[in-house]
Design a protein. Structure first.
Ligand code: SF4
Lengths: 352, 337
């Protein structure tokens, strides 16, 4: 299956209630797959083509406010357009899944894959102090797996979850083991598990109002404190990463998504050449695998951040490492992927 | 517009050096050719023109005209063009857009541009599909239309661009078939002379994702029966033998055969594009058979940019200051050391 299609199928299987999207390359297959699959007949899931990404994210806002599992997907320019809605979702503490199949920017840029949306995913992107849990799949399998995981985390913490993929993973074909069908929640289940949801005010319920507005400064500060406390809990509990050959490594590559796949290969080649290279692949970009980096920072000659961007994640690595070891960046842009040769070349430069 | 006589320009002067990258057989080529022929006829300097677009197949247009242009943001061409026009009201500003760009994501800017009546020309390539993203339904796709995002038939009712224009207090609306370069060329020239927002819908065939959408209307064999070309001050007559016409029956337009049931040419409606009351214009834009082509509505009023410039000048005249410096250094001033 194609990465985008696996993700779409996984959405139906995850018991998703609604998908709202707008066509944009390279992820239109997600909505096309859903439309063709007619999940309305399978699970009752709604699929709607909106008039813009702004409409999509606000439909998500509405669906999430009603305690439903709702999602949208887009690619970089479309995600930029959604940032206002995302900030409000974060402010109102609403759970949802947002998929970004990243393409090169800025502006209209290119339709080729890139990883230049790291900042707008993990640093906010919209206004205000907020975070999104950001998961970075590096295979078609993970495209499928992260939908249900995304919804679980979104509801556990009442937070928007971003699946940060890229054009290469979205378009790539691989074998995939699909999860089993989860039922959609019943209205009764939603009432019980999401007391905040606007599901109709019966005698036993408060009149819930979904809002991110607090005009009083002290109330807003307290709200911000609570959000920050929640993000801290997420940092403590939800870090996900994978490491290979890190134990004895002289240099560790840090990469996610498509770059991580190339880095895996680069590690194999380098090991054959006798270079002690390792790979640490953050799966969650927020929360970032800080502890693992700190652990290795004392041991290695340096970290090389490999990204399909001008260097975004590298800033977080530097923040974590605090000068304990050398941190370099190697990246390609405009839809060009780094090659293993280029990566190894940069590793050698770092060692010398 | 400057009074000095402008140099005589030709088709070639407006050609660009860019390779045109639309699918072979697309009506977009016809629109481009018509525009390149129309531009020299407008009697303006080459540097007076700006083409502004959003995103979509239509929006590649600015690359293919040898004037200045902006390939902007999806749906935002109307807003960008507003900025261009107000920054330099002398320019002839053209928005090249499509059904998705103008009426889905850009619907908001589209209706507000029209409402303000800024002297900007909008050419909407309506192909009833998203072409650039490869075949999803658009806000003008028909109910039941099969596309990649409506494999079992579209269930969202379409917009009628004419209705939307007039509904947004539009002063100008024209429609033209995408396979008639001559009519397009004439319309573009006429629209350029209009002072206000001109909204032009081109029924544009997308050969790849929605081929034949307008076949019955635009096919050379059947067009004379299925479309009516109207002109201000002229009777609304159509048909191969010019034997059909439009009359008003109650609150509806009706097609009648001249010479039958005592109907003569005198009974046929005369098109009044200048009538401010939009009722009849709305009926004309909505008519399905025949489909109405030509300038359906053209109400000359003062455009926003004219009022704006006038207002600025009159305010400036009343102001005691000649310029910003004078204002800054008037009254109490302090020297901070
Ligand atoms: S996709 Fe359709 S509208 Fe776009 S260039 Fe090709 S034929 Fe024309």
């Amino acid at each position: 299956m194609k990465g985008n299609e696996a993700l779409a199928e996984a959405a139906i299987l995850a018991g998703c209630d609604g998908y709202f999207g707008y066509p944009i390359t390279p992820q239109s297959e997600i909505m096309e797959y859903l439309m063709a699959e007619q999940p309305m007949h399978r699970t009752g899931m709604v699929v709607l083509q909106a008039e813009s990404e702004i409409a999509s994210i606000n439909m998500v806002y509405g669906g999430a406010g009603a305690g439903k599992r709702v999602m949208t997907s887009s690619s970089s320019p479309g995600i930029s357009l959604m940032q206002e809605g995302i900030s409000y979702l974060a402010g109102a503490e609403l759970p949802c899944v947002i998929v970004n199949v990243v393409r090169g920017g800025p502006g209209l840029g290119t339709i080729q894959p890139a990883q230049s949306d790291y900042f707008q995913s993990v640093k906010g992107g919209g206004h205000g102090d907020y975070k999104m849990i950001t998961l970075a799949p590096f295979s078609v399998q993970e495209m499928a797996d992260f939908v249900a995981l995304g919804f679980d985390l979104a509801f556990k913490y009442r937070i928007p979850v971003m699946i940060l993929s890229d054009g290469a993973i979205g378009q790539m074909m691989e074998k995939v083991v699909l999860p089993v069908q989860r039922p959609r929640w019943t209205e009764q289940e939603i009432r019980e598990m999401s007391p905040w949801a606007t599901v109709g005010r019966t005698k036993d319920r408060h009149n819930n109002i979904i809002t991110s507005l607090n005009l009083k400064s002290d109330v807003q500060e307290e709200h911000n404190r609570q959000l920050q406390a929640k993000y801290k809990t997420i940092i403590e509990n939800e870090v996900r990463y994978e490491e290979s050959y890190c134990e004895d490594a002289e240099v560790i590559l840090i990469a996610y998504g498509t770059s991580a796949r190339i880095c895996q290969k680069a590690v194999d080649i380098a090991r054959h050449q006798g270079i002690k290279l390792g790979l640490l692949r953050p799966i969650s970009l927020f929360p970032f695998p800080e502890a693992a980096l700190i652990k290795y920072a004392e041991k290695v000659k340096g970290f090389l951040s490999v990204e399909m961007s001008a260097g975004q994640m590298v800033e977080d690595i530097r923040l974590v490492v605090e000068g304990k070891t050398k941190v370099a960046h190697y990246g390609r842009m405009g839809g060009i992927v780094p090659t293993t040769d280029e990566i190894i070349e940069n590793v050698k430069n770092l060692i010398n | 517009m400057s009074e000095q006589t402008n140099p005589v320009l030709t088709f070639k002067d407006f050609q660009s050096d860019q390779e045109v990258r639309w699918c072979p057989g697309c009506d977009d080529y016809i629109i481009l050719r018509a525009m390149l022929k129309a531009l020299p006829e407008m009697g303006r300097k080459k540097e007076d023109f700006v083409f502004v677009s959003g995103i979509g197949c239509s929006s590649r247009f600015p690359y293919y005209v040898g004037t200045y242009g902006i390939h902007g943001i999806h749906g935002r061409a109307a807003a960008i063009a507003t900025g261009v026009k107000l920054a330099n009201p002398e320019l002839s500003v053209w928005v090249m857009t499509g059904d998705g760009d103008a009426m889905a994501i850009g619907g908001n800017h589209f209706i507000h541009l029209i409402r303000r009546n800024i002297n900007i020309k909008i050419v909407m390539f309506n192909n009833e599909i998203y072409g650039l993203t490869k075949g999803q339904f658009s806000p003008t796709s028909l109910i039941g239309q099969k596309t990649y995002t409506s494999p079992y038939g579209n269930i969202q009712p379409p917009f009628n661009p004419g209705q939307l224009t007039i509904g947004s207090s539009g002063k100008y609306f024209a429609r033209v078939p995408g396979n008639d370069p001559k009519m397009m060329e004439e319309l573009f020239v006429k629209a350029e002379k209009f002072k206000g927002t001109a909204s032009i819908e081109v029924l544009q065939n997308c050969v790849i994702f929605n081929d034949g959408a307008f076949e019955e209307i635009t096919n050379k064999e059947t067009e004379s029966e299925n479309q009516i070309r109207i002109e201000h001050g002229k009777k609304m007559i159509f048909g191969k033998n010019k034997d059909k016409g439009l009359i008003l029956k109650g609150f509806k337009l009706e097609v009648v055969n001249i010479g039958e049931n005592g109907i003569t040419e005198d009974d046929i409606l005369v098109h009044d594009a200048h009538e401010a009351d939009p009722t009849l214009h709305l009926m004309l834009v909505r008519l399905q058979n025949p489909v109405v082509m030509g300038e359906i509505r053209r109400i000359e009023e003062t455009s926003y940019d004219e009022v704006y410039v006038e207002r600025m000048e009159s305010v400036a005249k009343k102001s005691p200051f000649k310029n910003l410096d004078e204002m800054f250094f008037s009254g109490d001033t302090y020297v901070v050391e």
